[in-house]
Design a protein around this ligand. Structure first.
Ligand code: ZN
Length: 291
C-alpha cells in the first residue's frame, strides 16, 4: 500500500490545509500599513489623509470657520446638536450647500454624570434603546432642519458606554448599526486605514494648539500612511476649547501643498474611499490565492 491514508482522511487533511491557508494568508493585506509594505493606496499618489472635524454646532464654527474653509476650498465635518443648529440655521444650511459634511452628535449630548451639567442626562442612566432612539431622533431633526441625511457620528465627550458597574454596556454596536462612522475624542493615535474600526475612529484634539504642535502628528501619520482626524470645538483666534484660526491657515496651506502628499477631506468621504479600497484589496488577495 502506497499510503496509509484512507481517501476520506486525505480529503479532510487537504481541506484543513486549505482552511489554514485562508485564515493565515488571506487577511495579509489588512495587517500592514503603508510603511510596512501594505498595498493600501491613497488616491492620486497621496501619502496620508486629514479630516478636520468640529463638535456641538457651536456658533463660532459658522461665524468664523465657514469663511475660512470656503476661502481655501476645504471641506470639513461638523458634528452638530440640532438645538445648536437652530441658533444659526441659515449659516448651517449654507455650510451644507457648500459641501461641508453635517454629522450627528446626539440630541441631548449625554456624557458621564460626573460632569454636573450632564447629571440629568447621564450615560450611567441610559439604556441602549434610549440611546438608539435619541440618535435616530437627531438624524430626523437634522434632516428636517438642513435636508441632510447624517452618515457620521461623534461620541459626545468621546464616551462609548451606557449604564454602570456590571450593567455597563457599549453603545458602539448601535453606532455601527446606524452610521458609516463613529469618532472618539482625545485619542492618542491616528487611524490606520488598513485596520481601523469605522465605528471607533480616533479623534485627536485640535483645540488650543499651534500648527507647530500639530505638525509632528502629521509627519508621523504621513510616515505610516495613516488618517489623522482632528477634532475641535470653537473656531477663533484664542480662548478655551478653541481651534485657532492661525493654526488652521497654516495647516491648510501645508496640506494643500502638493509636495506634502496630503488628502484633506471630510470624514465620510475618506471612510467611503477606505471601505472601497479594503474591498478591492480583499478581492485581489482572494484572486491571487485562487491562482
Ligand atoms: Zn460635544
Amino acid at each position: 500500500m502506497n499510503s496509509i491514508w484512507l481517501p476520506s482522511t486525505r480529503l479532510v487533511f487537504f481541506r484543513l490545509v486549505k482552511i489554514i491557508i485562508i485564515v493565515c494568508v488571506f487577511p495579509f493585506p489588512f495587517c500592514f500599513s503603508q510603511n510596512t509594505g501594505s498595498p493600501f493606496v491613497w488616491p492620486e499618489g497621496k501619502h496620508m489623509a486629514i479630516s478636520l472635524s468640529f463638535d456641538d454646532g457651536r456658533t463660532s464654527q459658522v461665524d468664523s470657520g465657514m469663511a475660512l474653509f470656503d476661502q481655501f476650498g476645504v471641506k470639513a465635518t461638523f458634528y452638530v446638536v440640532p438645538s445648536a443648529v437652530k441658533q444659526r440655521l441659515e449659516g448651517w444650511k449654507q455650510a451644507a450647500a457648500n459641501g461641508h459634511e453635517i454629522g450627528n452628535h446626539s440630541v441631548n449630548h449625554p456624557c458621564s454624570g460626573n460632569f454636573l451639567w450632564s447629571r440629568t442626562r447621564a450615560l450611567e442612566d441610559y439604556t441602549l434603546k434610549k440611546m438608539r432612539d435619541e440618535l435616530m431622533e437627531c438624524n430626523k431633526q437634522i434632516l428636517e432642519l438642513l435636508g441632510v441625511r447624517s452618515e457620521v457620528f461623534a461620541y459626545p465627550c468621546g464616551a462609548t458606554f451606557i449604564g454602570r458597574g456590571k450593567k455597563t454596556k457599549s453603545y458602539v454596536p448601535v453606532v455601527a448599526d446606524i452610521f458609516l462612522t463613529g469618532r472618539g475624542w482625545l485619542d492618542e493615535a491616528p487611524n490606520d486605514p488598513s485596520y481601523c474600526d469605522f465605528a471607533q475612529l480616533t479623534g485627536m484634539e485640535s483645540d488650543g494648539k499651534d500648527f507647530e504642535q500639530i505638525l509632528p502628528l502629521i509627519e508621523t501619520a504621513r510616515k505610516d500612511g495613516l488618517w489623522l482626524v482632528l477634532a475641535g470645538h470653537e473656531i477663533g483666534h484664542s480662548g478655551s476649547q478653541t481651534t485657532r484660526i492661525a493654526m488652521l491657515k497654516k495647516l491648510i496651506a501645508y496640506a494643500q501643498d502638493p509636495a506634502n502628499g496630503i488628502w484633506i477631506a471630510p470624514v465620510g468621504e475618506i471612510a467611503k474611499y477606505i471601505k472601497a479600497q479594503r474591498k478591492d484589496l480583499y478581492s485581489k488577495a482572494y484572486s491571487e490565492w485562487r491562482k
